[in-house]
Write a protein that binds this ligand. Structure first.
Ligand SMILES: *Cc1c(COP(=O)(O)O)cnc(C)c1O
Length: 370
């Protein structure tokens, strides 16, 4: 090989997809494979949203609106935030990576809790910055006091995943507010709220209200999970206008495609229907969590659309066998060892039928492996 790559490339972690090798999520969409590995919605997008995508498809000869004006306008109304504070992105991951690009450099530090979202390690690797990982508490919850203590003069960026992926645990908005108050003003705090719609302890607007008080705060949301649009890649941030300008400066101008803009704008007009789906998902959460308890498996206290399931004392030894048993039963879950939690599984909720199938297969597998 003759290409000379930069020295950072080798340290960038790869992504392991949830669906079996050589297949795409779309290939298996019609099959009865239960895809419980990527925290997607088991429901297709609303028919009105699918129609908006089809209609937008007819103008694919044109570039999309680089400012996503309509979508940002609707988001500004929904959140009662000035549109100048909103950046729409190619999935919220794009904003995480852009923040790394715009804020980090060699000699600076990014700080986050661990285990957390699997893309966070990419930020340090891609920018050449250092990272500090603060362990979760014994209950798999963010330890905000320990995170505060871990901030150094070199720290420029702090990531708080709430509810946390892969554990599902949630820190209340008043605790987050106290945390943000104590973080130095020149340290940016990104609150990654990909699952905020699934928690029932605070109004989803609680964190948005903090924006007015803290110019260093960024609230990150996505249409991927709660709005059944993972395939289109669309998310957004609410932040200071300066953060938004920085994100726009480091990424390509047309990163959010026109189908995604049309779909997300339409989805925002159907909040009531989406709220019903969220309620159904939360009801499934209670049922599936009771099912895990019935098998004798402990889980972290989840406020998301997935569970973090401990396979018990021999978990690290049996994890691979359990994952293989579930795969043989047509069920894909996320092995904890890939997420910083050996001996655990991260399992997204599927349809009622899929969840029943999962619980049966898991019960059988635990019998076989213990
Ligand atoms: C799924 C997820 C996202 C969303 O990613 P998109 O790029 O918007 O699809 C962001 N943060 C966390 C913690 C997630 O689990």
């Amino acid at each position: 090989m003759s290409t000379k790559f930069n020295s950072r490339l080798a340290s960038i972690p790869g992504y392991t997809p949830g669906v079996p090798k050589g297949q795409t999520a779309q290939d298996v969409a019609g099959s009865d494979l239960a895809q419980l590995a990527s925290n997607e919605s088991p429901h297709p997008p609303l028919p009105q949203v699918v129609r908006a995508i089809s209609e937008a498809a007819a103008s694919m000869n044109r570039y999309p609106d680089p400012d996503a004006t309509r979508l940002r306008g609707r988001l500004a109304e929904v959140h009662e935030v000035d549109a100048g504070r909103i950046a729409v992105s190619n999935g919220s991951c794009e904003i995480l990576l852009a923040a790394g690009d715009a804020i980090l450099e060699p000699g600076s530090t990014v700080l986050y809790s661990w285990p957390a979202f699997s893309i966070y390690p990419n930020l340090a690797a891609m920018s050449g910055a250092d990272e500090i990982r603060v362990p979760l508490t014994g209950d798999d919850v963010h330890n905000l006091d320990a995170m505060l203590e871990a901030i150094t003069p070199e720290t420029r960026l702090v990531l708080v995943c709430n509810p946390n992926n892969p554990t599902g645990t949630y820190v209340r908005a008043d605790e987050v507010a106290r945390f943000v108050e104590r973080v130095p003003d020149d340290v940016t705090v990104i609150l990654d709220e990909a699952y905020i719609e699934f928690q029932q302890l605070d109004e989803p607007a609680a964190s948005v209200r903090l924006l007015g008080m803290h110019e260093n705060l960024v609230v990150l949301r996505t249409f991927s999970k709660s709005h059944s649009l993972a395939g289109l890649r669309v998310g957004y941030s609410l932040s200071s206008p300066e953060f938004r300008a920085a994100v726009d400066a480091v990424r390509q101008p047309f990163s959010v495609n026109a189908l995604a803009q049309a779909a997300a704008t339409e989805a925002l007009a159907h909040g009531d229907e989406i709220a019903l789906e969220l309620e159904a998902s939360i009801a499934e959460r209670e049922r599936v969590e009771a099912g895990f308890a019935g098998i004798g498996l402990d889980t972290a206290e989840t406020a998301a659309n997935f569970s973090w399931v401990s396979l018990g004392e021999r978990g690290p030894e049996i994890e691979q066998a359990v994952v293989a048993d579930l795969a043989a039963a047509g069920i894909v879950v996320r092995p904890g060892r890939l997420l910083g939690g050996p001996g655990k599984l991260r399992i997204s909720y599927g349809t009622r039928e899929q969840n029943d199938r999962l619980l049966d297969a898991l019960r059988d597998s635990m019998r076989r492996n213990s």
